[in-house]
Design a binder for this molecule. Structure first.
Ligand code: UDP
Length: 325
């Protein structure tokens, strides 16, 4: 099926807005739907003059309607950083459940392909390492992260139910830690916190002893993988992420070195249910999509740091406060 018009829910967010750029570059019409709860209109303001672009300010958990044909729906709406989904726990559960239901209903009505943005959080604090798609996970449903993890697990179940019961053509991407320009300075994640702290000569806030690991993927690699998945016929969930795993303490030191900062490190308590390890097994993405990430952490950081420098400067003399857990 040729895709010429797409709906991106959460398209004013970090990843959604990069997808909007990609689809426009590839000659598709793009409709972005976002309620701007954690998204930012500045991420898409450069697209407003483009006749192929349309923005609908709307909450996807309410009934959604889009005029004209839609070939594909990419469902990216959701708070996605730990502090965001803990600040908006009910909205997070609603967008993963009711929002996914509405978006799937629209896909069924339009005959559109549907791609769900799922997450490595479906694996919880994993007992299998690295995590293949066949691993069912270790999630605390009633913990502080449960609102996100369970919403996304429900969203995956709902997506497969629409595929099996209604024949909707579905895709599921499990996204691991991703970074790059347009991340919010204050979204509380390790990478924006560390870069902003290093650039402002504040101590980097490492939670716990920093031995917990993550694997950071540059957004350009991620969106290339999402494009390939959408174009493929792979219905089963596919991990996309960079398998280059690093302890958080080493990551903090790398940021200090790359920003040539004099910042030190301060150790703060580890948040509840913080996964101890995380690394994607990308065997499936390699074999089914011919995809693997190309941007190393050093390259990705050196192209991302200038974005944070500019963003901090544009805040002028406003003082920046960092969320610490
Ligand atoms: N983290 C940290 N300092 C910070 C923010 C996060 O040490 O200022 C840790 C956090 O506890 C976790 C890792 O960095 O172990 C990645 O956290 P992030 O919020 O980026 O996303 P997560 O991978 O936990 O969803």
């Amino acid at each position: 099926m040729a895709i010429s018009r797409v709906l991106i829910t959460g398209g004013a967010g970090f990843i959604g807005s990069h997808l909007a750029d990609l689809f426009l570059e590839r000659d598709c019409d793009v409709v972005v739907m976002d309620n701007l709860l954690t998204g930012d209109i500045r991420n898409i303001e450069h697209l407003f003059g483009n006749p192929r672009f349309q923005f609908i300010h709307h909450d996807v958990t309410d009934f959604i309607h889009v005029t004209g044909k839609i070939d594909a729906i990419l469902h990216f709406a959701s708070p996605a950083s730990p502090i965001d989904y803990q600040e908006y726990p009910i909205q997070t559960l609603k967008v993963g459940s009711l929002g996914t239901h509405k978006a799937l209903g629209l896909a069924k009505a339009c005959g559109a392909r549907f791609l769900l943005a799922s997450t490595s959080e479906v694996y919880g604090d994993p007992l299998v390492h690295p995590q293949p798609e066949t691993y069912w996970g270790n999630v605390n449903p009633i913990g502080v992260r449960g609102v996100y993890d369970e919403a996304k697990r429900f969203a995956e179940a709902m997506t497969l139910a629409y595929h099996r019961a209604h024949g909707v053509d579905t895709r599921i991407v499990r996204i691991f830690n991703t970074y790059g320009p347009r991340m919010r300075l204050d979204d509380g994640r390790a990478l924006p916190n560390f870069i902003c702290q290093a650039l402002s000569e504040q101590s980097l806030t490492v939670f716990g002893d920093g031995s917990q690991t993550r694997s950071f993927c540059h957004v350009s690699d991620l969106i290339d993988g999402i494009w390939r998945l959408l174009e493929s016929d792979v219905v089963e969930p596919v991990n996309l992420g960079n398998p280059d795993e690093i302890p958080i303490i080493d990551f903090a030191k790398e940021v200090i070195a790359m920003t040539k900062s004099d910042s030190g490190i301060s150790y703060l308590p580890l948040p509840e249910d913080d996964p101890q390890v995380r690394q994607p097994d990308i065997t499936l993405a390699k074999s089914l999509l011919g995809w693997s990430p190309e941007v190393s952490l050093a390259e990705g950081l050196s192209s991302t740091i200038p974005y944070f420098e500019r963003a901090l400067r544009s805040r002028g003399s406003e003082s920046v406060t960092f969320t610490e857990s």
